[in-house]
Design a protein around this ligand. Structure first.
Ligand code: AHR
Length: 502
């Protein structure tokens, strides 16, 4: 099979916002406790954070981290997580049927973010709480001093304000299992009141209103319209959430998951533009894809298991998914979809970061290691700079059950004018065939291949497990070469490839 693509730096889709390479840490399972925080671990620093995890998060290149949930936030009282640790209450976490010890809260998480060099994106609870609590946490976090809550923060040891710019107005409020779930109208009213009130403290905040928790939700489309009609003038982003998995061993469709992601983004953008027209507004609503990943959700029974047992464990092993080579290729194609929509998707959060459907795994007292999905993310976050380019891609298609005919190869290119560097990310979705790709690079001028690396394996179900942590990684793709103005390379079946040119 053969594919052809043309790169031209003049055809710009949009600027890549650094926040596209965000992630997500929820008080869920072992994400926080035993994940980022384990005071008895041999690598723990003076604050109890695992240095091995900090190093991996830095290597991953995560720019912004959404916190503290997720579904957890819809029952969370932020005050529980601040002040002297020995006075913090233990609470039932209804979302994950666990006990929250509150050892880590806003101030500790801000400290950890400094160590990993990431920005905080904070979600307020609009499930069981409302306007006043959102104002309180904003005052506590961001006001320098001289008020009850800002002085309390200083008393708690965080003298400098946290300066959080981006705030999520609740989480997945369209989903019946979310605490406080209601109609689009009731959520829209609360989100609008909360946004207006928060802007009275700081008009410059960047606010994210909840869109749908998945494109398959029965209210999808209408939810976005209703919510945006009420909030358009007071928010900056609408959220999208999507998780992908194979159904009944249909790997052909699974490898084409990005088709669904593309459509999701484009449908939400179209709905937002419809509201923009209704409002005669000059403002463009951006998308915060603030939860995305591969997650074998339909096989997921961990919480049911805990619930059945009638226990409320502390930091149980939940959603600990071992990602395969094929998962990493699908994951890479989701990254391609996000980059392809860089004009509209200005923020995205890989859900999640450590232990819970995560690129990084840890064992208590033991190792921290990279899952297969770590590699595409780390490559994209370090190489995708500047703008996304419109690609002319000519390639064979294959038939899928879920999405009809789909191109065998998916690709995106990014270009940074100042440095002259270009990155190309490609996936080969074929389960059986390698694809020879010819990339026309004459419009880039004189370029050389800096590096070409692929992730693939004869066993597409291979994973990096506790006892075999480095089974899968990226390798140099030795087929990449320049032939005049054409870069030629071969993509193995079921593979992810990243190429840099300059
Ligand atoms: O990321 C795991 C969970 O998935 C989040 O808590 C929730 O928002 C989503 O349904």
């Amino acid at each position: 099979m053969r594919a052809h693509l043309t790169i031209d730096p003049h055809f710009v889709v949009g600027e890549i916002n650094a926040r596209l390479f965000g992630s997500f840490v929820e008080h869920l399972g072992r994400a926080v406790y035993d994940g980022i925080y384990e005071p008895t671990h041999p690598t723990a620093d003076e604050d109890g954070y695992r240095k091995d995890v900090v190093a991996l998060v830095r290597e991953l290149g995560v720019t912004a981290i959404r916190y503290p949930g997720g579904s957890f936030v819809s029952g969370y009282r932020w005050e529980d997580g601040v002040g002297p640790r020995d006075r913090r209450p233990r609470r039932l976490d209804l979302a994950w049927h666990s006990t929250e010890t509150n050892e880590i809260g806003l101030n500790e998480f801000a400290t950890w973010l400094q160590k990993v060099g990431s920005e905080m994106v904070y979600a307020v609870n609009l499930g069981t709480r409302g306007v006043q609590e959102a104002l309180d946490v904003l005052e506590y976090a961001n006001i320098r001093s001289g008020t009850a809550l800002s002085d309390l923060r200083a008393e708690h040891g965080s003298v400098e304000p946290h300066a959080i710019r981006m705030w999520c107005l609740g989480n997945e409020m369209d989903h019946p299992w979310q605490l406080g779930y209601g109609t689009a109208e009731s959520y829209a009213e609360l989100a609008s009141k909360t946004a207006r009130a928060m802007r009275q403290i700081d008009p410059g905040l960047e606010l994210v209103v909840c869109g749908s928790s998945g494109a398959g939700m029965p209210t999808f489309g209408e939810w976005e319209r209703v919510v945006l009609e009420e909030t358009y003038d007071v928010v900056d982003f609408i959220s999208c959430h999507a998780y992908f998995e194979p159904y009944d061993g249909d790997y052909g469709s699974y490898l084409a998951s990005a088709v669904e992601m593309d459509l999701f983004i484009e449908t939400v953008a179209a709905t937002a533009d419809h509201v923009k027209a209704l409002k005669r507004s000059a403002k463009t609503m951006y998308i915060a894809f603030d939860e995305w990943n591969v997650w074998y959700l339909s096989r997921y029974t961990d919480v049911e298991r805990i619930t059945d047992a009638g226990t409320w464990p502390v930091a149980p092993r939940l959603l600990e998914h071992a990602y395969t080579v094929m998962d990493a290729v699908v994951f890479g194609s989701l990254l391609i979809s996000l980059l392809r929509h860089a004009d509209r998707v200005k923020s995205a959060n890989l859900a999640q970061l450590v232990n819970v459907i995560a690129p990084i795994m840890t064992e208590p007292g033991g190792d921290a290691w990279r899952q297969t999905t770590f590699f595409p993310f780390a490559q994209a976050s370090s190489l995708a700079r500047g703008t996304t380019l419109e690609l002319k891609l000519d390639c064979p298609t294959y038939r899928t059950e879920r999405y009809g005919d789909v191109p065998v190869v998916d690709a995106v290119a990014t270009h940074e004018a100042e440095s002259g560097s270009t990155a190309v990310f490609l996936v080969n979705r074929s389960l059986t065939d390698e694809v020879a790709v010819d990339v026309e690079v004459s419009h880039l001028g004189d370029v050389r291949i800096v590096r070409a690396q692929s992730l693939h394996d004869a066993d597409v179900h291979a994973a990096n497990l506790r006892d075999d942590q480095e089974r899968v990684g990226v390798q140099d793709n030795a087929t990449a070469r320049l032939d005049g103005s054409v870069m030629r390379l071969t993509l193995p079946a079921v593979s992810w490839t990243a190429v840099t040119l300059e």
